[in-house]
Design a protein around this ligand. Structure first.
Ligand SMILES: N[C@@H](CCC(=O)N[C@@H](CS)C(=O)NCC(=O)O)C(=O)O
Length: 205
């Protein structure tokens, strides 16, 4: 299988972390997409993912799977190792809910701030900016930090006592926040301690 992505970008990082957690990074061929040259907006790429975003997983049978949550679902069920998406109905539902909250409240909010309220990827790529919307999403990300700080004051990981895909999404979101210069307030010690703990995982190192 192949993964079309950009090394170091926040969403590709989620999939690379999931592969590393499953000790399967060497089972995949990575194909670099030149986002700065708008390769992800070419007809060939849009045929793989009409939303023009990386990463995209290409299976050997010609199937293309976009969206990190879907790609990680596939990875989780294909490779041995810890379960990232849960096993029981209740576990799976809670992990899915918290993963989505980490996307909506942090990662996607930060991304919208970055693309709309800052120079983002530059004038060639950021052709339809709305600064007010971007700033609003920056505020939303700050509220997301507060929410997850409270969650992590009561439990070890984002979806409970085990590391899951929800932690991967939040971790990538905080990395993106650093890059976009949205600081996590020092008083959010539970969130910051969780982040330091996740940073020690072999999949991150
Ligand atoms: N919801 C998508 C988000 C993917 C995404 O936004 N990827 C970014 C890179 S981190 C991208 O391709 N950006 C291209 C652009 O901004 O034009 C997912 O989960 O895969």
């Amino acid at each position: 299988m192949k993964i079309y992505d950009v090394e170091g970008f926040p969403n590709p990082l989620r999939v690379r972390m999931a592969l590393a957690e499953k000790d399967a990074s060497d089972k995949v061929t990575f194909i670099a997409v030149d986002v700065m040259k708008k390769e992800h907006r070419s007809d060939a790429f849009l045929a793989m993912n009409p939303l023009a975003s990386v990463p995209v997983l290409a299976l050997d049978d010609g199937t293309y799977i976009a969206e990190c949550s879907a790609i990680i679902e596939y990875i989780d069920h294909t490779f041995e190792g810890i379960s990232l998406t849960g096993t029981t109905a209740k576990e799976r539902a809670i992990i899915s809910m918290m993963q989505r909250r980490a996307e909506l409240m942090v990662l996607d909010a930060v991304a919208t701030y970055f693309h709309h309220a800052t120079d983002g990827l530059g004038p060639e790529l950021e052709i339809d900016q709305n600064k007010a919307w971007g700033n609003k999403q920056g505020e939303k990300a700050l509220a997301g930090f507060k929410y997850f700080n409270t969650i992590l004051s009561n439990q070890a990981y984002v979806a409970g006592e085990a590391f899951t895909v929800a932690d991967i999404t939040l971790f990538a979101g905080l990395g993106f926040a650093d890059f976009a210069k949205i600081a996590v307030p020092n008083e959010y010690t539970h969130l910051l301690n969780w982040r330091a703990k996740v940073a020690q995982r072999p999949s991150v190192k």
